[in-house]
Design a protein around this ligand. Structure first.
Ligand code: AMP
Length: 431
C-alpha cells in the first residue's frame, strides 16, 4: 500500500488505518524517526506538536505490540505515553484509537479532573497502551490498579512542558517503576539544559531527530504583526472578527487565565460565540469548549499556552496572539495550531511597544521578520513613550523634529528599526 515510504514497513492493519486517516505520505519527522524506532532504538526527538509527531512514535509502538503479541496481563500495560496536559493525552489517545482500529489493541487514557471509573474499567479490560498525565497515573499506581513493570515502550512527550509544569518529581517516580530493559522515547520542542539532563537519565544510546521550527508546516502560515496599544487590543480583535466573517474557527491566545476570561466576556457581549480553555476550567468545561469548537458552534476559542498544547482541530482559519508569549518557542506552538499537516493558515500577533523585545526574539528564532499589517483602524500608538518608541536614526536619517500626536505626518522608523511608519495616516490612536 505504501511500498515506497516508511509506512510500508508497518503491519498491514496499521497501514489500512493510516490510509483511512487520509495520510498519503509520511511527514519529515515520521520519515526520520520511524526507521529508528522500528529497529528498537531509543530516541530523542526535538519537534513541536503539529509536525505529525504522535504518529511518528505511536505507529512503531503499535507495530511492536501487533507483531509481538503476548498474553494480556490486566493492569500491566506494555506501552506508556506520558503527556503534560489532559488535552494532549486525550488527543494522543484518539490517535491510538484511530491507528489501532484494525489491530484490536485495547488502550486507556488516564487523566485527572474526571471520574476514574471509566478509566479503571479500560485498564481492567486489559489496556496494552496507556496514555496518561502524571497525576492520575500515580494515583492509580498507588491504588494498586496499575503497574509499570511490563512496560516495553515508554514515551515522555513534551518534556519541556512537563518540567515547566513542575512534574519532574512525578516523572522521576514513574521512571523508577519502569523496567530497566525498555525502549524509551523522549520528545521536547525545546532542549534547554534541564530538559537535556532529564533526557540523559532516560534514554540509552539514542538516535536523535530534530525538526526545526521553520519546517514547511510553519512556513505555510501567513504571519502578520499588528501594532496596537494594549487598551485597544480587544477592540481590534472584535474588528477583525467582524471584517472576516469567513473565519469560522479562530484561536485566540492570551498569556494569563484572567485575560482569557476577559476576552470571552467582551466577545460574548459583542454576540460572538466563544469559550475559554485554561487550567482553571474543569475537565468537563474544557471538553465541552473543544467539542463545540470542533463542531463549529464555538467560533472563537480563547486559550492560554498550557491549554493549547493538545488542541488538534483541523480547519482553523486564524490564530490571534493577543499578547506575545513569554517563552519564544511558544510562538511556534501557538501558530502551529493553524496550518496543521500541510494546510495553510493565518497567524496575527497584536504587538505593543512593550512587547517589541519579544517580537525581535521570535523573529530571531524563526529567522525571518514578520510582515507588519497596518490595514486596521487601531494602528499608531501615541500613548507610548516617544523617545524609546522612535528608534535611533541610522546615519543620514533625520529622526528629529517635533511632536508625536495622532495628526503628525512624519516618516519614522518603527520600533523594529526597519520599517517606515507614517503615524496619523490611518486615523488611529487613542479613542
Ligand atoms: P501531531 O503533530 O501528532 O499533533 O499531528 C498533527 C496533525 O497532522 C494531526 O491532525 C495528524 O492527524 C496529522 N498527520 C500526522 N501525520 C500525517 C501524515 N503523514 N499525513 C497527513 N496528516 C498527518
Amino acid at each position: 500500500m505504501f511500498e515506497n515510504t516508511v509506512f510500508g514497513r508497518l503491519d498491514q492493519k496499521l497501514q489500512h488505518a493510516i490510509k483511512d486517516a487520509g495520510y498519503e505520505t509520511p511527514t519529515p519527522i515520521q520519515e526520520k524517526a520511524i526507521p529508528y524506532l522500528l529497529d528498537g532504538r531509543d530516541l530523542i526527538g526535538c519537534a513541536q506538536t503539529g509536525t505529525g509527531k504522535t504518529a511518528a512514535f505511536m505507529l512503531p509502538i503499535l507495530n511492536h505490540l501487533v507483531r509481538e503479541r503476548k498474553p494480556r496481563r490486566i493492569g500491566h500495560p506494555r506501552a506508556l505515553v506520558l503527556s503534560p496536559t489532559r488535552e494532549l493525552a486525550v488527543q494522543t489517545a484518539e490517535n491510538v484509537k484511530r491507528y489501532s482500529k484494525y489491530a484490536q489493541l485495547p488502550f486507556a487514557c488516564l487523566i485527572g479532573g474526571v471520574s476514574q471509573h471509566g478509566q479503571v474499567k479500560d485498564v481492567k479490560k486489559g489496556a496494552e497502551t496507556v496514555v496518561a498525565c502524571p497525576g492520575r497515573l500515580i494515583d492509580l499506581m498507588n491504588q494498586g490498579i496499575l503497574y509499570l513493570d511490563q512496560v516495553e515502550c515508554f514515551v515522555l512527550d513534551e518534556a519541556d512542558r512537563m518540567l515547566d509544569m513542575g512534574f519532574l518529581p512525578d516523572i522521576k517516580r514513574i521512571i523508577s517503576k519502569l523496567p530497566k530493559s525498555r525502549q524509551s522515547l523522549f520528545f521536547s520542542a525545546t532542549m534547554p539544559p534541564p530538559v537535556l539532563k532529564l533526557a540523559g537519565e532516560l534514554v540509552h544510546d539514542p538516535a536523535s531527530v530534530t525538526i526545526s521550527p521553520e519546517t514547511p508546516t510553519v512556513e505555510k502560515i501567513n504571519q502578520k504583526v499588528m501594532f496596537v496599544a494594549k487598551s485597544q487590543k480587544d477592540a481590534l480583535l472584535a474588528h477583525l472578527l467582524e471584517q472576516h466573517p469567513e473565519w469560522n474557527r479562530v484561536i485566540v491566545f492570551t498569556k494569563m487565565r484572567h485575560g482569557a476570561d476577559r476576552v470571552v466576556k467582551k466577545l460574548s457581549r459583542a454576540g460572538i460565540n466563544c469559550a475559554a480553555i485554561h487550567s482553571d476550567k474543569t475537565q468537563g468545561q474544557r471538553t465541552r469548549a473543544l467539542d463545540g469548537f470542533r463542531r463549529g458552534d464555538v467560533r472563537v476559542l480563547v486559550a492560554t499556552d498550557i491549554a493549547s498544547r493538545g488542541i488538534d482541530v483541523p480547519d482553523i482559519s486564524c490564530v490571534v496572539n493577543m499578547e506575545l508569549p513569554l517563552e519564544t518557542e511558544s510562538y511556534v506552538h501557538r501558530i502551529g495550531r493553524t496550518a496543521r499537516a500541510g494546510e495553510s493558515g493565518a497567524a496575527i500577533s497584536f504587538v505593543t511597544y512593550e512587547e517589541r523585545g519579544q517580537l525581535k526574539a521570535i523573529e530571531r528564532l524563526i529567522r525571518k521578520s514578520i510582515p507588519v499589517d497596518r490595514d486596521h483602524p487601531f494602528e499608531a500608538q501615541p500613548d507610548l513613550p516617544q523617545p524609546a518608541w522612535v528608534a535611533p536614526a541610522r546615519s543620514g536619517q533625520n529622526n528629529k523634529g517635533g511632536g508625536h500626536g495622532p495628526h503628525g505626518k512624519r516618516r519614522r522608523k518603527s520600533f523594529a528599526g526597519r520599517r517606515q511608519v507614517d503615524f496619523g495616516q490611518k486615523g488611529g490612536g487613542r479613542r
